[in-house]
Design a binder for this molecule. Structure first.
Ligand SMILES: [Zn+2]
Length: 389
C-alpha cells in the first residue's frame, strides 16, 4: 500500500529533534572511508526531506544508498523516511538492518528501536511495538523519555489496565472508567461517521483506528498528554474527550491516508477536518458567528493561507471549513483530492484557476457581513468551534 507523506507532528518530541540528532551522529561518529560522499549525500537528504516533493527525496535517497549502502546513520535516516512516507515494510527492514549492524553507535541503535516501535504500531503489531519501545526506554536519556511518552500515547503502558475496549469494523474504542458517555453509542456513532467520511476520501486504512476516550481533557493532560482531542493520523490513533464533534479527528486520519500531502498548510488541513466534522451547520453562518464573537470584522484568506500557527483556532477552523466546502462544491471531489497533496496557495491557483480568485473574494466579502441574528438560536447552533488536534 502506498503511504502518504509527512504531516506536521506538533506533539512529537522525538520527531522534532530527528534531523538535529542525525547531525549530531554525523559529527560524533567515526569517519567512514568515503567521508565526503557520505557527508554530501546526507546533507542533500536533509535539505530534500524538508523542502522537496517525494520523488525528488526518493532520488536523493537512492543515490545516497548507492554511495554508502551500509552506513548505520544513513540506514536509520532511510528507515525514518520510509516510516513517514512508506512503505512500512521497507521502514521495518531498514531499521532492523541498523539493529543488526555491529558498527551502529548506541545512540543510533536506541533511535532505531524507537522508530521501529512506532513503525510496528502502525503495522498493527502492538506487542512488537511494546518490545522495541521498552528497548529504547532502557537506553535512558532524551530518547528514553521519548519512548516512555510513546508507550503512553499508544496505550501500551500500564495506565490503561482498567479501561474497557470495544471493537467495530474499523475502530477500537478504549474507554476510561467513569466516562459520561455510553460506550456502545459512541462506538456506533463514530463507525457510522467514519463510513460517511470515507465515502468522500475513499482511503484504505492500514489498521483499525484506536480511539482513547478520556473522562476529560484534564485527566489526559495530568497523565502527560496534550489537550484533547487530537489525532495521530499516521498511527490511526485518536485521543478524544466527551463532547467533541463526531468527525473532526476521524477526518484527519481519513485525509492523511487519502492523499500524498507533502506540503500541508494549517488552513487547509484543519479546514478539511472541520469541514468533515459532521456537525449539521451552515458553514457561512457558523464562521460569521464565531468571528463576530471574537471581534474579528474582516479576514484575509491569503494571510490565513500562509499561517503557521499564529492565527487563533477560532478563526482558522471555521474559515478553513467554509473555504474547503466552497472548493469542493465549486470544483468537485476529484479536483479537491488532486489539490490536497500540495496545499499551498500557489498550487490552489494552478488547480482552480480563476475559480479560486472568485471563491476567495466571495469568502472575504461574505465574512465581512454580520451573522444573521434570526439563526443564532437554532437547535443546530454549535457551542464552540471544532477542538484542536
Ligand atoms: Zn484538527
Amino acid at each position: 500500500m502506498s503511504r502518504p507523506a509527512v504531516q506536521p507532528r506538533p506533539f512529537d518530541p522525538a520527531r522534532a529533534c530527528a534531523l538535529a540528532f542525525l547531525a549530531l551522529v554525523l559529527a560524533l561518529a567515526p569517519l567512514a572511508p568515503c567521508t565526503d560522499a557520505r557527508a554530501q549525500t546526507l546533507d542533500d537528504l536533509r535539505r530534500a526531506y524538508d523542502s522537496q516533493p517525494p520523488d525528488r527525496v526518493e532520488s536523493v535517497l537512492q543515490s545516497a544508498l548507492r554511495s554508502v549502502p551500509d552506513d548505520p546513520a544513513l540506514l536509520l535516516f532511510a528507515g525514518e523516511m520510509r516510516a513517514d512516507r512508506g512503505p512500512l515494510p521497507e521502514a521495518e527492514s531498514f531499521l532492523r538492518r541498523v539493529l543488526a549492524s555491529s558498527g551502529a553507535p548506541p545512540a543510533v541503535r536506541q533511535r532505531a528501536h524507537l522508530e521501529l516501535g512506532r513503525t510496528l504500531y502502525e503495522r498493527d503489531d502492538p506487542a512488537g511495538a511494546h518490545a522495541q519501545l521498552d528497548s529504547a526506554l532502557a537506553g535512558g536519556g532524551e530518547l528514553g523519555q521519548a519512548a516512555r511518552w510513546y508507550l503512553h500515547l499508544l496505550g501500551l503502558d500500564g495506565s490503561y489496565g482498567d479501561w474497557r475496549t470495544l471493537e467495530s469494523e474499523h475502530l477500537r474504542v478504549h474507554v476510561q472508567p467513569g466516562t459520561p458517555v455510553d460506550p456502545e453509542w459512541f462506538l456506533g456513532s463514530r463507525e457510522d461517521g467514519l463510513k460517511e467520511i470515507q465515502g468522500f476520501f475513499g482511503a484504505q486504512l492500514p489498521k483499525k483506528i484506536d480511539v482513547y476516550l478520556w473522562r476529560s481533557s484534564e485527566d489526559a493532560q495530568r497523565s502527560g498528554l496534550p489537550p484533547l482531542g487530537f489525532a495521530r493520523p499516521s498511527m490511526c490513533l485518536i485521543h478524544a474527550r466527551p463532547g467533541q464533534s463526531r468527525g473532526h479527528e476521524l477526518a484527519h486520519v481519513a485525509e492523511y491516508w487519502a492523499d500524498l500531502a507533502w506540503r500541508p498548510t494549517r488552513l487547509i488541513r484543519e479546514g478539511t477536518a472541520a469541514a468533515f466534522d459532521l456537525n449539521a451547520v451552515d458553514r457561512l453562518w457558523f464562521a460569521r458567528t464565531v468571528l463576530q464573537r471574537a471581534g474579528v470584522t474582516s479576514v484575509s484568506v491569503e494571510q490565513l493561507w500562509a499561517d503557521r500557527g499564529e492565527a487563533p483556532e477560532t478563526v482558522i477552523y471555521p474559515v478553513g471549513a467554509l473555504l474547503v466546502r466552497r472548493l469542493i462544491d465549486r470544483g468537485g471531489r476529484d479536483r479537491f483530492l488532486a489539490f490536497l497533496p500540495d496545499q499551498s496557495l500557489e498550487n490552489a491557483g494552478r488547480v482552480y484557476g480563476d475559480t479560486l480568485t472568485q471563491i476567495i473574494a466571495e469568502t472575504e466579502r461574505d465574512l465581512a457581513q454580520p451573522a444573521a441574528p434570526a439563526q443564532q438560536d437554532t437547535p443546530e447552533k454549535p457551542s464552540a468551534p471544532a477542538p484542536p488536534s
